[in-house]
Design a protein around this ligand. Sequence first.
Ligand SMILES: [Zn+2]
Length: 546
Amino acid sequence: MSTLRITGGKVFDPANNVNGVVRDVCIQDGRVVADVAGGRTIDATGMIVFPGGVDVHTHVAGAALNFARAMIPEDHRRHEPFVRTATRRGGIGGATPTTFVTGYLYSGLGYTTVNEAAVPILSARHTHEELRDTPMVDKACCVLMANNEIFLDLLEAGEMERARDVVAWNIWAAKAYGVKAVNPGGVTAWKTGKDAKALNDPIPGYSKVTPRTIIAALANIVDALGLPHPVHLHCNNLGAPGNVTTTLETMKLLEDNRAHIAHLQYHAYGGDDWFTMRSESVRIAEEFNRRKNLTCDAGAVLFGDTVTITADGPWQHLLYKLTGRKWGNLDVENETGCGVVPYVYKEKNLVNAVQWAVGLELMLLIDDPWRVFLTTDHPNGAAFWRYPEILQLLMSAEFRREELKKLAPKALSRIFLPELTREYTLFEVAILTSAGPARALGLTQKGQLGLGADGDVAIFEEDKDVAKMFAYPRYVIKGGQIVIEEGEVRATVEGRSLHVQPKYDPKIEEYIRPLFQQYYTIAFDNYPVEIERLEHPMIQPCVPSA
Ligand SMILES: [Zn+2]
């Protein structure tokens, strides 16, 4: 296998408290080691060395992505296609890059691990096929559980032990890494044309199940199973003016659990309607700062064209009503929904201006960089390949002041961004993009460059223009192999598939099978994804609580 020495670079390795120290990083057989003899040496003098980036929340594979791609032909025309070369395949880029191009683009930013945040069990097989076709990065995925009717029926019946076994069985059947809850109960309600915006809202067809009971049950189950990543929650009432109340109540509900709150930006709004919508990032950040059991990702927004994709069916219907754009909607049998709406974030639009500011405000106001991570909820807020633009905004208050001038003056009274002077340091950026998300995912071998860590490294030419610096890493190393060099794909590596295998009573299959045969369009035996189908599977340990 490979032997590599990176010498002369300023190393930023926050997990090991290394802050810009010039030192060698040595990699042998895919792992960081103390020293190597021979092999290739990279002279990284004048460069900065980061652990490979880790995206805690993105949407890159599965049926919803194909649905979205089909709905935005204009986006494919806007972006140059990726032509095939000796080292890489062709494909399309833009808001929803195709699988291979997704791998190249992530790698081209220095990212080496991604978490596909929303997989219905029913299409897990398809998702894994596409993740196999996404090279260059290691991949995890979270399975959607908060509107699964087999699970909700068990909550209604008070059968908590069986509910836990159903969740654990589903995780393993989907070959997932974590559990995602999207608009708990609201997507089920949507199937009768309703939603569940507040924690105590009723869910049609149930008398005891509410968003509150679903969130509490899933958080408890995930903690009891000892999954390395806590429940990954897309709160109720996403996107709506005044939803700050729901978000604060949800944080309180979770106070005895670990939890990751996804795309917090979309859940931090005040005001009574679209005309009075304003930022509530200060209240959200104050509460979040106190609650050390929580992590979150930003779900930041950038101005421009994109496409929104979410399991939150009722929200997507509302967005369609508001914009009059194309709208796609899927009912994923007994598990979840899905909606797709192409969207443009505009600087002069007051709602969009608030959204843009809130994402940045949260990253600047949450004081512990180990608990807030860079995402755009790709592609919902912007495509992931625009992350360097966000880093520039976080690292320069002066650049933010310039950008603020582009907003309608009316927007300024609804946001806090003009008052914020904090500027991210390189050390903090390394936490925000790598060390923090790796820790939140429980991926101890990622997001760090200590002995035994995965040999995933990003090397950037130090530059005052940080947007340029982070957009074009000089070298990217995946598992000890140089995959990107001077902006070119030098080698295509497959990447690994990350999983957990929580314990469950095998008899639970006897319970699920007849329900499945009765209600699903796929036969029970065709449903679980076989481990043989996965690319270099790696099972992370679970540590169940007593
Ligand atoms: Zn998402």
